[in-house]
Design a protein around this ligand. Structure first.
Ligand code: AMP
Length: 538
């Protein structure tokens, strides 16, 4: 029995029945191979065995021959298939040979991509819906023609690219950028936090496409997930592409690496002398990251080798690679000096030097208060594990040496978070903190005021975040009284707490009592009369 594997039976609720029918029919008459593949065709479209795939390609070949495509194939094996099916008297419909013998699709049913009739089958090559073998053959011819066109387009693209790679590159403002008004550009810079100094600084780009990079580089950017430039890239790339000297500063993680790598890549692309660029990084880790990013961006560009010269890794392979006509060196200063001292390597061909300082902007540490030593150790570990921030704990079990070390570490920006018990927090008075977190609410208002006061000292503003729960319920009303006047929005759970209302009511009662016992102008006569009356009774 011939089974046209080039077309797979589409699965719909009705066809589940036809799957069963086919299997039944096959198990009574077909070969084992046919049974298996046919069952797979019905059961899970697109996951055939290699045997069935082989058959499929055979059939596809026949169908894609233009002369035989429409009729030849359908006439020969299918005629037989039709016959068999008829003879068997099975419930199964034979696969339609011609488009005209297929019905039109009902609303919601799949539609043949060629003729628009009911797309009863799925083409195994393209996963598109087709109605018959005739349309499948046409569909494959169309697909082949499209692929051919695409290939020739790509060929033209690569010729254009080769031309682009061979002609000198000069950066000029893209027409879109030129079309912007001065105040639009200033507004954009203001909104993006771009501040520049210097003479005739070019306008920032808004898209990578504004740079006129070769297509390979544009694709590499897309493949790395760089859809739009970050603000530092918007401003730095055009300046770098103009070959100007730049001193740039932006936060860690703001895309600085690509901001200097892209101009470096464009500059060294047509350089014949090697090495042409040197990128210095303070740490091995950073150098490795830079090289990884450089390789991603340089992929597919001709003669763009890099070498990593960093300490902590064996020197000979690095030296060997350095001598292989590398375009870009990425190095840590120590290892570079070591190599320069030892070997005959000359760096006079270097035209571009980038120093990636990576000095973190000073970020004041966060001070977190907890109520016990164990809490401090546990929370410090947890915060470090989850956020990667440099954390330490401060409590009474720390020796004096450790305490001094922590304090020094804080001042030298070694720690980003310190978790401390309340009393020890007083030792940290010197530290400039912007954020205090009362992870455990202290047991007295005095302590609370002292702790939140660590944030924003010396006239600077700061923030305090306080976690409260029923353990500190006796302080609810005091906290509200203290915090509300600062304009802080308090959580409704606190404001609606019955404890708070109880405390407020009691306070008001106490006040009333106090007021009634106080001597004022209004009640002085009443007090005297009451006093006289008591005396005369005695
Ligand atoms: P960096 O500040 O250079 O260390 O970059 C931080 C991260 O942002 C790195 O993982 C980069 O791959 C990524 N990155 C840089 N520029 C872009 C961009 N334009 N779009 C998306 N991701 C970027």
């Amino acid at each position: 029995m011939f089974l046209p594997r080039s077309v797979k039976v589409k699965r719909t609720p009705d066809e589940d029945r036809s799957c069963t029918a086919k299997k039944h029919k096959l198990s009574s008459g077909g070969s084992l191979l046919e049974e298996t593949t046919e069952f797979q065709d019905c059961k899970s479209v697109g996951t055939e065995t290699s045997a069935s795939t082989y058959n499929l390609s055979e059939t596809v070949q026949e169908h894609t021959e233009p002369a035989a495509a429409d009729l030849g194939v359908a006439n020969t094996p299918l005629g037989k298939d039709n016959q068999n099916t008829d003879e068997d008297g099975s419930l199964e419909e034979p696969i339609k040979s011609f488009s005209k013998s297929q019905r039109w699709a009902e609303p919601g049913e799949p539609v043949c991509v060629v003729c628009g009739r009911y797309g009863e089958y799925i083409c195994d090559k393209t996963d598109e819906d087709v109605c018959s073998l005739e349309c499948k053959a046409k569909h494959l011819l169309q697909t082949q023609a499209k692929e051919k066109q695409l290939r020739s387009d790509q060929c033209t693209d690569s010729q254009a690219e080769a031309h682009l790679l061979n002609t000198p590159y000069f950066y000029k403002d893209h027409s879109f950028i030129l079309g912007l008004q001065d105040e639009q550009v200033e507004n954009l810079k203001l909104q993006l936090g771009i501040a520049v100094q210097g003479q005739q600084v070019p306008r920032p780009i808004v898209e990578f496409e504004h740079c006129g990079f070769p297509e390979t580089l544009n694709n590499n950017l897309k493949n790395s997930g760089y859809e739009v430039p970050t603000p530092i890239q918007m401003q730095m790339i055009p300046v770098g592409l103009l070959g100007r000297d730049i001193l740039a500063s932006a936060d860690t993680g703001s895309g600085k690496t690509a901001a200097f790598l892209l101009p470096v890549i464009m500059k060294v692309l047509k350089e014949t002398e090697t090495p042409s660029a040197l990128i210095l990084a303070p740490t091995r880790e950073l150098a490795i990251q830079i090289e990884r990013q450089a390789k991603e961006l340089m992929a597919g560009l001709p003669n763009m080798r890099t070498v990593l010269l960093v300490g902590g890794l064996p020197l000979p392979p690095q030296l060997h690679r350095l001598k292989q006509s590398v375009k870009v060196i990425i190095a840590t200063p120590g290892r570079l000096l070591e190599i320069l001292k030892q070997s005959s390597v000359q760096l006079h061909s270097i035209k571009i030097v980038v120093v990636d300082e990576d000095k973190k902007l000073f970020k004041p540490p966060v001070l977190v208060f907890v109520d016990c030593k164990l809490g401090a150790d546990l929370l410090s570990d947890a915060v470090h594990k989850i956020t990667g921030l440099q954390c330490t704990a401060m409590h009474s079990e720390k020796s004096q040496v450790e305490r001094t070390d922590i304090l020094q570490g804080l001042l030298q920006e070694k720690y980003e978070v310190i978790v401390s018990t309340g009393v020890l927090g007083r030792g940290l008075d010197l530290v400039n903190v912007k954020l205090v977190v009362n992870f455990d609410m202290p047991s007295t208002m005095d302590e609370y005021v002292h702790q939140v006061g660590r944030a924003g000292r010396l006239g600077h503003s700061g923030t305090a975040i306080t976690f409260i729960n029923n353990n500190s319920k006796k302080l609810f009303w005091d906290v509200v009284k203290r915090v509300k006047p600062t304009g802080t929005i308090l959580p409704p759970q606190l404001l609606n707490s019955p404890y708070l209302h109880d405390q407020k009511r009691r306070e008001q009662q106490r006040l009333k009592q106090l007021q009634s016992s106080l001597v004022t102008g209004d009640n002085i006569m009443d007090i005297i009369k009451k006093h006289n009356k008591n005396n005369s009774q005695r």
